[in-house]
Write a protein that binds this ligand. Sequence first.
Ligand code: GLY
Length: 305
Amino acid sequence: MILLANTEAEPGFSHAVDSLLAGGAALDALVTGIGHVEAAPSVRSVGYGGWPNMVGDMECDGAVMDGTTLSVGAVGAVPRTLHVAALAREVMRRLPHVMLTGEGARRFANEIGFTEDDVLHPDSKRVWREKLDDLLDDEARAAFPDVPLIPLSNAITDPERVRDTTVFLGIDAGGNAAVATSTSGWAWKYPGRLGDSPIPGAGFYADSRYGAAACTHTGEMTMRCATSHAVVQGLKFGLSLDAAVERAAEDLLALKGGFIGEVVIHALDKNNKHRVVTLRGGKPVSYWFWEPGMAAPERRQSEQL
Ligand code: GLY
């Protein structure tokens, strides 16, 4: 058994540990833990407490992957919904599809009894409004949101708020690997923008035969390199965990053009080894780790590559 999650996971990590210790399946333990993160106003990057898109609407993304069946459920740009990782698990369980987006995902949520949530935290609304007021002249302010958004998209980008995500990875007592993700995405994103968190292979991947990986920060890069799949594929081809992570990182480090920012790769292998690395100038970040024998989860520091 092992559990790994990024720093944002704090409000939910011990709940995931308890679920695993009680004999829960890895996937359910991760979704339980992530639900607490999504509801926590203190986590300024996921669910309630996250950041809205450019027109002030919350659009959340989430996903789950069962590494034993390679089943995936994902939802993207979902309005009025806090618990997107749990919703993604229901897509996986109930539909012949992998991914739902936007109002279609919300319709599905209604159909299975998920509440409509007010996901926009008043402080996030205030910060968003102040940013817009700085950028818009009187005429544009009066017409907003019926103004060209493309010029705003570049002006409003805040590198400190590109990184919003939580990722949980784990292996249960039966050797089943799983991953779950949840995010409000890049703050002030263009409406409809999806990052890597709902994209299998980019923001997450799990295969119980080899291991699992998940990424945080700049989804615009990991989508181009299929980073999470690259890590697991490296394990499949016989690389050590260290080598598999470094091989996946090489592709990110070689990227030219497009938006370039920080990326953090979280990875574990089927032997319960783990590694967390920060790339492209990112400072070391903390992450959460637990394995049997530990009295409590530990906060540790990533390596810089
Ligand atoms: N990694 C989260 C995102 O790009 O939205």
